[in-house]
Design a protein around this ligand. Structure first.
Ligand SMILES: *[C@@H]1O[C@H](CO)[C@@H](O)[C@H](O)[C@H]1NC(C)=O
Length: 208
């Protein structure tokens, strides 16, 4: 009688130890693919892989007076493969996160402090725009251009969560005016004139 129970127990124990993959903490030394990173060896994983202390502040000393401080896979390897991540958004007075997209992710913002004008533009070019107060949340569907502006007279703080561990961020102004895309191509593709393109390249660090 004891023996079958023993076998059953040992079977259960051994099957649970080779169970389904519960998580896949990113091994950041491996190459990143579309599905994420390879998994860190289980025996090397600790609780600290699931904790991140990098969102206590955000530095808004920059051109846009705003900071998106990410806890994406690259900073927070524990979210690898889980379809989720988060970032801290700080907007100083006058701060703005210019029109941008996260190609691989939807986003939810929750306003913790201050007032934020936020909106997105659908692929039918319809605008969905709202002034968000402390405690409000808003969702930005995957891939659509959206923005956040501090609409108040005090610094604003929000957290933004994503439906991807590596949502990426592409800011439209920098894509157009912050690199070496030739000015004549920008003029042709945006209908802006040369002086406007030159000015925007100057502000946003573009060349060419
Ligand atoms: C914030 O960023 C600016 C510009 O990059 C830098 O000079 C400054 O040291 C940073 N401040 C902190 C507290 O990290």
């Amino acid at each position: 009688m004891i023996l079958p129970i023993f076998f059953m127990l040992s079977f259960l124990l051994s099957s649970s130890s080779c169970n389904a993959l519960d998580f896949c903490v990113a091994d950041l030394k491996t190459p990143q693919g579309l599905a994420g990173y390879s998994c860190k060896k289980l025996e090397l994983v600790t609780v600290d892989d699931f904790v991140f202390s990098g969102l206590h502040t955000g530095n808004t000393s920059n051109l846009i007076k705003a900071a998106v401080t990410p806890a994406f896979t690259a900073q927070f390897p524990g979210v690898n493969g889980l379809g989720i991540s988060i970032a801290r958004l700080d907007l100083a007075v006058g701060g703005v996160v210019p029109m941008h997209t996260h190609p691989g992710s939807s986003e939810i913002i929750v306003v913790i402090q201050g007032i934020i004008d936020a909106g997105f533009v659908s692929s039918a070019n319809k605008v969905y725009f709202k002034t968000l107060k402390t405690g409000d949340i808003m969702v930005f569907p995957q891939g659509l251009l959206h923005f956040q502006i501090n609409a108040g007279t005090t610094p604003a703080l929000a957290y933004v969560s994503f439906s991807s561990p590596s949502p990426g961020i592409q800011i439209l102004d920098f894509a157009l005016f912050g690199n070496d895309l030739p000015s004549n191509i920008i003029e042709e593709t945006t209908f802006l004139d040369g002086a406007q393109v030159k000015k925007l390249k100057g502000v946003l660090g573009g060349t060419g």
